[in-house]
Design a protein around this ligand. Sequence first.
Ligand code: RUQ
Ligand code: CUA
Length: 631
Amino acid sequence: MSEKEQTHENEIEESGVSRRGFLGAATAVGAATVAVPMTAAMFSEQAKAKSKEMASAHVGPGELDEYYGFWSGGQSGEVRVLGLPSMRELMRIPVFNHESATGWGQTNESKRIMGDSHRFFNGDTHHPHMSMTDGRYNGKYVFINDKANTRVARIRCDVMKVDKMITVPNIQAVHGLRVQKVPHTKYVFCNGEFEVPLPNDGRDMRDQTKYHSLFNVIDAEKMEMAFQVRVDGNLDNVDADFDGRFACATSYNTEKGVTLPEMMANERDHAVVFDIPALEKAVKNGDFETIGDSKVPVIDGRKGSKYTRYIPVPKSPHGLNTSPDGKYFVANGKLSPTVTVISIKKLAALFSGKIKERGVVVAEPTLGLGPLHTAFDGRGNAYTTVFIDSQVVKWNIDDAIKAYESKSESTAYIRQKLDVHYQPGHLHTTMGETRDADGKYLVCLCKFSKDRFLPVGPLRPENDQLIDISGEKMVLLHDGPTFAEPHDCMMVHRSKVKPNKLWDRKDPIFADTVAEAKKLGVNVETDNKVIRTGKNSVTVYMTSVAPSYGMNDFTVKKGDEVTVVITNLDQIEDVTHGFCVINHGVSMEIGPQQTSSVTFKVDNVGMYWFYCNWFCHALHMEMRGRMFVEA
Ligand code: RUQ
Ligand code: CUA
């Protein structure tokens, strides 16, 4: 063995790959809270030694990033847009949350999009994924799930705003979400993580044997449910193939337990494979049921169904990732130190009964403690986060397959283990979930930063680390402290995304508002008037051009429900106005050429200033007017 190889072996040994075996409940729960390998000081020493490489992540003032990153904002309920490699935050897109700056959750346009669920102020976003055409990002939409209130939303990338949102019926906690890659994103696939009684009308509420999880298929263009599939066990993460036939999801609770020991009882759980064209046929042929009030077709995909197959994998798998060459699904072990590599090519034989379930498994490399998610560089290497070891493990897929075939105990398929800060969850490579995987950067989303940044109280930022994967070795380039938990992200080359500079006057997001005005004989682009629409309701139509509104004041009556509709006539890029009424809790954004509206109650007689709260002009301070509330 050369000296270099020897050091490599040592590194692997030190970093715990020899710690084999499955974790019991106690170890898993305990270990996740225990302090971890490298200290911040050690990282900083390493960084100094590598200051040359660090320069490659530097994007100077005025320079544009090469990639857009779409980050989930976790419990904040939003999505964030970052530039890479600088890791600068470019925008926040409110989704399931309510947002003060833009009025999301408060404007009539956003309420229409959020539907009935606008009354919720929270969300828990996990998995932002972009629509594709032929396995490549098409720059059109980003889809995102809300685990907290069982919703899925769609962001339109031309305006970077949510334009559709649905609540998924018959399930609780939408978790894993991915898009159909081929031939294009006709469907969004997402998992019902928590098992529920079906129907959930109280009758089987306490009988957990009657609980089920459903796999959910959403029509991506209409943003309506296409169909659902009842499965055995629960569902965690999901991904789709590059052939347009299969989707695969992990299940960590095949026991259908409701307590931790119950959920961890089985040594093996499974990954479920769904035959999408066969399921479409089932819908056509009426081979489904409906549940309760819901009209959505629910197909029986439990064990023995012709529409699914259940592949046994080690204990409590988590992430499920498709390799960009379209050959493999990788199920990540979580409570097993292994990941399971499933050959997609062999799935057809599994469905036709030519081979058995485990016959599709072509490798099961041992990587470290707590494998959660895997990403790819397009050069045959995979990168897996190991949560408990706080590392990213780079391994070679072909070598892992050879080791499995020859029943070798060697872990020579492991190329490198890199310490990260701390407890990494998702990791992503640039373009890595598409055919265009370019193997340039990897982002690792770490759940804890501990001593890595200036302390900011008991609640610390998390840490998104940027890693250069273009060479033989992974090199840590940058730390990105971040707020409330970015579960997941995706990175797309900037050439694929073409955002608008101004709103289109025909934009469907405010088309209803414009149409309502028309019914009242109002042209929102020219008219400034107050229209009484009912005994206690009044609508105020206003235009805005920096630095003034089309109206200096308007008069309403105590007890009125007031709707203010503003159309921003500015045609200049980046001139956004706001509308805020003092002491009324009202605030909204009106972008150039946009129409926005908000409805609020006036309960107190008097004069109230309204003003523009988005800086727009040297006379921005003067852009204000008076609302008179008469008795
Ligand atoms: S999965 S916990 Cu993305 Cu690791 Cu939600
Ligand atoms: Cu308009 Cu500030």
